[in-house]
Write a protein that binds this ligand. Sequence first.
Ligand SMILES: [Zn+2]
Length: 288
Amino acid sequence: MKKSFLLMFISFKLVLFASLAFAQQQKTLPVRLQMISERLYEVLDGRGARGGMYIGDNGVLVIDAKMDKDSVDQTVEQIRKMTDKPIKFLVNTHSDGDHVNGNQYFPQGITIVAHENCRKEFFHPGRDGSASQWTKPELMPFVPSITFRDKMDIFLGSKKIELWYFGVGHTTGDAVVYFPEEKVAFIADQAFIGRPQLIHSYKGGNSFEHVKTLAKMLNTLDAEKFCSGHSEIMDRKAVGQHIQQMKERQAKVKSLIEKNKTLEQIKSEFPKNEAGLIESIYNEVKGL
Ligand SMILES: [Zn+2]
C-alpha cells in the first residue's frame, strides 16, 4: 500500500515537472498582424486561435477574440498602429474558448456577431459536463448580440463583408467570413493543414456533415484563400484534399467496423494523433 502511494506521488511529481517544462516551451509570442491586402490582415500569435482584422471605410471588423486580456490588449494595440477607425464589429466564428474567451476584454459597445447555433453553444456545458462560464450575468454583454441563419452582410461604408453558414461540421455553428473583393474566406476550425481535424461531437459536430458543409462552401464561394484558425492559409486545392482525406478515413473506419473490429483496433490502424477524430467517426457510423 505504502509503496504504491509513494509511486503515485513520484509519478505525480514527474507529470507536474513534464507539464511545466511543456508550458515553458510553449512560450506565448506577442500578437502580430500579417497582411493579406491593404485592408485585410490575419491576427497571429498571442493566446488563442488565429483570427482576422478588416479595415472598412468607417470602422474595423475583427474575427475571433483570442483567449486572455493580454492577447486582446495586444490585438487592439496592433490595430491602432494601422488605423484610428473605431472597432465596430467582432465576429465569433464558433463557440470554442480559444476563439471567444477574449470577447470579455474587448471594449463594451462593440457589436458581437455569430451564427445562431454558435450563440446557443456559448451556454452549452463543457466536454466534462461543467457549466458554461457564459451563464454568468456579468458576461452577458460579451455574448453575441446579433445572430444570423444562412447569410448576413455587414457594410463598413462601401465595403461589404459576407457571413455565411454552410452547415454542421466542426461544431453546429461555424460561420465563414468572406471578403469578396479579396476573395479571402476566414474558415477558422473548419479545416487545417498538418494537424487532424477537430470534430466536437459533444457540441453536435459531425464529420459526415463536415465534408458536405465544406463542399458546399467551395461550390458557393469563389474564394481563393482560406484562413484557418490553426494553420497556414489554404488554397482551394488544399481544402479539396482535406475533404478527400476525410472521406477516405470515413470509408476505412466503415470497412473496419464491417469486419467487426473494436474501436481500439480501429484506432491502431491510424496515426496516434488522429485517435479523437477516429473515435468521432466510429461513433457516427455506429449511430452512438
Ligand atoms: Zn480553435
